[in-house]
Design a protein around this ligand. Structure first.
Ligand code: ADP
Length: 476
């Protein structure tokens, strides 16, 4: 099967969060399973782009309303990621350092989507399926169905994978003229609450909708920032597929970013060596249990609960625990977290920013990973933590509910229900007790390390879903 993945992120080319990890891994495993897989993404000015070789396989022009943009399609020459990687180079729009966060994001990603379809449209053969990821690629299923110049795609199945339904890519109908010409009789397909909502459009037009965990699919039928009724309507073509993890990138036995590699055979010594290294870097005490957080410091991640729960837990366990925070996001949360440093010197620290290498070291060195998320479509941190013998402390939501079972139920982590400081602190107290019970601690750690979250198993579920929509096409 020939599969195209279209995405704004892909690790290690450009990463902001879990979307990149998924698009950097799933295609590799699909390729290994015998499919022809290609990933298409914008060409940002990133380290990966500057340090690798590309050949130009296509060039063209796109119109976005009155604007004209030249674009090149660059292919990474060695397929070093385990699949064919194509970057859409549009210098005026993407030759920038960051992936998102610009005023013209709507124009940027719309131009990317049109350039991508123009290129695929011009190839001799159409793919068997196009898998779009999140709202940045959400107008592709619409354009494939309704735009005159893409009539060839009418029978090409498309799928939208939702990594995070909170971000929907909305814009006003004043920008309708950006879209390539289509039959205006279908203009209402674009409409959701009087806006063009890229994610809603994808949900309506794609042949299949997947979310990144089964439980998240249940949750967005109840609460999805205004899209609940739409999710209910498309339940018949929706499926929740739990993400896997790239067990080659995330492997404590071979991870080059660690101080010391380890496996289930020698994890105690291995983890301790990493802990000593990390604690030295951050002025923490390696003889005490280490609780860490890695992620975007936003409300959806429970970032606002971190300053209060850190302060309370550190007071309750005075000089008996360490807390380390790695992340960036809301400036107020960042400032509150930083200001705690002076009160708990030696037991608490922060690194405000993004640092891939440090994240790997933290997964290996920590005893517990905090995930007090309000919303967590799948969550990868808990799966990385488990593989590195680190116990997740999570709120029961989204994919966290699918992957973390409380130790009270003979599980692999510690769970709570409410997004409150007291629930987080109660879980930290339970973790402190677990840390003292070395026998149970080891058994929970080993359980986590032995869990199979690899893509090999999961990737088959994607193939089955593609197959289902391809079969539907053949029946119609
Ligand atoms: P998200 O909602 O952010 O996509 P996920 O749990 O799906 O959450 O994925 C988060 C990914 O981003 C993980 O690989 C995590 O290690 C990484 N990550 C998040 N914040 C940082 C950071 N500040 N530095 C390094 N890695 C980070």
């Amino acid at each position: 099967m020939e599969i195209f993945h279209i995405s704004a992120e892909c690790y290690p080319v450009a990463k902001v969060g879990g979307l990149a990890d998924v698009v950097g891994a799933l295609p590799k495993y699909q390729n290994n399973a015998g499919h022809q897989v290609r990933v298409v993404m914008p060409c940002y000015n990133t380290k990966f782009k500057n340090e690798n070789s590309f050949e130009c396989v296509h060039w063209g022009h796109v119109k976005l309303g009155d604007f004209n943009f030249a674009f090149n399609v660059l292919k990474e020459v060695t397929d070093k990621l385990g699949f064919e990687l194509y970057l859409i180079e549009i210098p005026d729009l993407f030759d920038r350092k960051d992936v998102y966060g610009y005023e013209d994001d709507i124009e940027r990603f719309l131009t990317f989507q049109i350039a991508t379809l123009d290129w695929i449209n011009g190839r001799n053969e159409l793919p068997d399926v196009i898998n779009c990821h999140d709202h940045h690629t959400g107008l592709i299923p619409f354009m494939m169905t309704y735009c005159y110049k893409y009539y060839k795609f009418k029978n090409t199945p498309s799928m939208i994978t939702i990594h995070n339904g909170l971000y929907q890519g909305q814009f006003g109908f004043d920008k309708l003229y950006y879209l390539p010409e289509f039959d205006l009789a279908h203009v209402r397909v674009l409409d959701w609450n009087n806006c063009i909502n890229s994610l809603a459009v994808a949900i309506k037009c794609a042949w299949a909708v997947t979310t990144v965990s089964p439980n998240y699919l249940n949750e967005i039928n109840i609460s999805a920032k205004g899209l609940e009724s739409l999710f209910n309507m498309v339940r018949y073509k929706s499926r929740g597929i739990l993400n896997g993890i790239d067990v080659e990138v995330w492997d404590p036995a071979h991870d080059k970013m660690l101080e010391k590699n380890y496996s289930t055979a020698d994890y105690k010594a291995g983890k301790q060596a990493n802990k000593v290294k990390l604690c030295t870097l951050f002025n923490l005490d390696p003889t005490k249990p280490l609780f860490s957080f890695i992620g975007r410091l936003l409300e959806e991640k429970g970032g606002d609960l971190l300053p209060g729960s850190s302060a309370q837990a550190l007071q309750e366990n005075y000089q008996q625990i360490n807390i380390l925070i790695l992340g960036s996001g809301d400036t107020e949360i960042e400032n509150q977290l930083n200001s705690l440093r002076q009160n708990f010197e030696g037991n608490y620290n922060t690194f405000i920013g993004y640092n891939e290498e440090l994240a790997h070291l933290i997964y290996a060195a920590s005893d517990f990973i905090l995930m007090p998320s309000r919303v967590e479509p799948c969550g990868l941190n808990q799966m990385y933590a488990l593989r590195y013998g680190t116990i997740p402390i999570v709120r029961r939501t989204g994919g966290l509910k699918d992957t973390v079972i409380d130790i009270g139920d003979n599980g692999n982590g510690i769970c709570h229900n409410q997004s409150t400081i007291s629930d987080v602190c109660y879980s930290i107290q339970r973790a402190v007790q677990l840390y003292e019970d070395k026998e149970q601690l080891d058994s929970v750690r080993l359980k986590g390390m032995n869990t199979d979250h690899s893509w090999e198993r999961v990737c088959q579920e994607y193939i089955e879903t593609y197959q289902l929509i391809i079969n539907n096409k053949n029946e119609n």
